[in-house]
Design a protein around this ligand. Structure first.
Ligand code: NAD
Ligand code: UD1
Length: 336
């Protein structure tokens, strides 16, 4: 298939491009490089030995998208482009609604115009808010506590409504749990700007000596060791989930929703121990107050994706940590 990948130069997008190319699909990337570098695309080409076309454009630029869709005959779109920082979204909510919601509206209206009927969208487990129980199934109530999560919910709803209005459209909403790790080549990985918000890149920077210690946000949660529990999933497993979604469902009309997680939770202290073991480095940490908006535990029931997509996460925690470490050591300053 000829697939347009929005945000394809970013963390999850670049890994998905590798898996799409390895599965024989062609990809075209649209990215405004607000949180990515052209270098990631060059590395995708090196890993796969295939060339990748891209344009530097914003998905809210309707004229640019029209030109693109006029010139190419896309079979499907995988839509990663968006802003993803919870903290920033509470400070700049309008920026998040404009980029994530309005950007998706513009993209979907151009798809409609050019009759491209298949879309895969990056949603997030954040749409479950603080769940009453774990593991989390797709039919759990949806509620979020921050503007970033709200943009994901609004886009999900927009997708459901577009599917109700047009019976030719197929949309897959993939709710990711906590993506971590990197390609095993060590050539592509997560390249956060400034101080990382998320646990794994932060631990990796402590291990490599860029930061003095990790702050652990609370050890008084109702979890086995008191620290927060999450469903960390290797980014390559996640990327393969997109290939399955597009191959299995691009012709199946309607709106389909899947959790992409492993079904297993690890605590912050589990992650520190695993990283320390793999890297052979001590990871100094200090226990701090809980981070506002954090929940005790969150992990998926991933059975639906296994049944319908024939997908399940295969990589272990050791793979996730090994690959993160390999990427961090090879690229201490990311793609710079
Ligand atoms: P990322 O920031 O690495 O990738 C997003 C890409 O989109 C970047 O390359 C950025 O330059 C580009 N982009 C942003 N706004 C754009 C716009 N208006 N026009 C064109 N390009 C634009 O993030 P990621 O971790 O790869 O996340 C990809 C998607 O998955 C996002 O939608 C994110 O919300 C979602 N998601 C991520 C996580 C996670 O933990 N990483 C978890 C759940 C959901
Ligand atoms: C966060 C976002 C979520 C988003 C996801 C992926 C919040 C509240 N949630 O999820 O919406 O979908 O990232 O981008 O920001 N931790 C520490 N010290 C740190 C960093 C994290 O102890 O320096 C702990 C957290 O308290 C949590 C766990 O590590 O228990 C994982 O945190 P993180 O990687 O930020 O992911 P989430 O909070 O699950």
């Amino acid at each position: 298939m000829r697939i347009l990948v929005t945000g394809g130069a970013g963390y999850i997008g670049s890994h998905t491009c590798v898996e799409l190319l390895n599965s024989g699909h062609s990809v075209f990337i649209v990215d405004n490089f607000s949180n990515a570098s052209v270098e990631s695309i060059k590395r995708v080409e090196k890993i796969t030995g295939k060339s990748v076309n891209y344009i530097n454009a914003d998905i809210r630029d309707e004229k640019a998208l029209n030109e693109l869709f006029k010139r190419h005959n896309f079979d499907a779109v995988i839509h990663f482009a968006g802003l993803k920082s919870v903290g920033e979204s509470t400070e700049k909510p309008l920026m998040y609604y404009d980029n994530n919601v309005n950007g998706t509206r513009v993209l979907m209206s151009v798809m409609e115009k050019y009759k491209v009927n298949s879309l895969v969208f990056s949603s997030s487990a954040t749409v479950y808010g603080d769940p009453d129980t774990v593991p989390i199934s797709e039919n759990f109530p949806l509620r979020t506590t921050n503007p970033y999560g709200q943009t994901k919910l609004v886009v999900e709803q927009m997708c459901q409504e577009v599917c109700s209005a047009n019976d030719k459209i197929s949309i897959v909403l993939l709710r990711y749990f906590n993506p971590v790790g990197a390609h095993h080549s060590g050539m592509i990985g997560e390249d956060p700007k400034g101080i990382p918000n998320n646990l794994m890149p932060f631990i990796a920077q402590v291990a490599v000596g860029k930061r003095a210690f990790l702050s652990i946000f609370g050890n008084d949660y109702n979890t086995p060791d008191g620290t927060g529990v999450r469903d960390y999933i290797h980014v390559v497993d996640l990327a393969k989930g997109h290939v399955k979604a597009i191959e299995k469902l691009h012709n199946k009309t309607g709106c389909h929703v899947f959790n992409l997680g492993t079904g297993r939770g690890y605590s912050v202290l589990d992650m520190v121990a695993a990283f320390s073991q793999v890297s052979g480095k001590k990871i100094p940490y200090q226990i701090k107050a809980r981070r506002a908006g954090d929940i005790a535990q969150c992990y998926a029931k991933p059975d639906l994706a296994q049944q319908i997509l024939d997908w399940r996460a295969e990589k272990t925690l050791k793979d996730m940590v090994n690959d993160s470490w390999h990427w961090q050591v090879n690229n201490p300053n990311g793609y710079e």
